[in-house]
Design a protein around this ligand. Sequence first.
Ligand code: DAH
Length: 348
Amino acid sequence: MSSVDTAADTLADLQERALAAIAAATTLDDLDEARVTFTGRKSDLATVQQSMGRISAEERPVLGKALNAFKAVVEGALADQREVLEAAALDRRLAGERLDLTIPPLAVPPGRPHLISQVQDLMVDTFVAMGWRVADGPEVESAAYAFDAMNIPPDHPARQDMDTIYLQDGRVDAYGLPEVILRPHTSPVQARVMRTQQPPIAIVIPGRTYRNDSVDATHSPVFTQMEGLMVGEGITMAHLRGSLQAFARAMFGPDRDIRLRPSMFPFTEPSAEVDVSWGTNPDGTTRWLEILGSGMVDPLVLSWCGIDPERYSGFAFGIGVERVAMLRHGVSDIRDFYEGDARFSAQF
Ligand code: DAH
């Protein structure tokens, strides 16, 4: 038998075994193993290929043809089986990833705005319904806006009363006092609005305010205020009273009354503390609860903001959102708003 015949026999035998192994492969790894075994660099095929060098020149094309035929058959079988196995692998993966859309979902209770946000929105909406607009300003504020613009000069006691939180960034004002603060009230936004906008102005400004207070049932170093400002021609205390009466009734009930008591704020003249009626005392007299501070905008504040006090007048007020929320919803401890206990929040 010539060496070509031997090689051809070997190839025929090899092909039979290769096709059997390929057909038997049940995974892509099995298939790869078969490929390496039968066509790899150390396979029987490689041995046959090496024998090409030892046979005669006439016999070489015969063996070459046989080798090509072998490769075509085996490679074709490998490719076909690869396709089959890949399709099966994909089917398995899809089956594993199938979602059963008929399983009922876990019940996730819906979230809702925090009570402070709800009350703040309601307070703002009350004024928006009367045609007012909403403004805001920075929580990190300059002493110039928070105090000077509000007619609270550096030597004014109110500057200390506010227990302001000063930010230690080193900037100081003309008096050497720290310049950058966390705003202790929303009033500076009055000045920011008036300096950029001519009357008529009717805005509310809700927002966070900060004071160096220790926490107890009625104090928190971070709290929320809503400022109000109306400036125009012929604005009087009657507009103040009417607006705040409408507000008190919207917040606390249609049968409420308000009462104004003389007070003192540096940025308003005259100033008034506003009380809202709250049932009756044991002796039959009306019970009053203080809810906010207010007054006619001081002409000095108008001038500082570039508004002519000869032509325009205005009123302003500032009200604590937490206080309104506590009164409206019978919350007795301000800390409940901030502690994040879902048993509290879920009640509102
Ligand atoms: N800014 C005052 C405070 O935080 C509240 C206030 C009082 C604001 C009277 C006003 C006002 O606009 O007219 O205590």
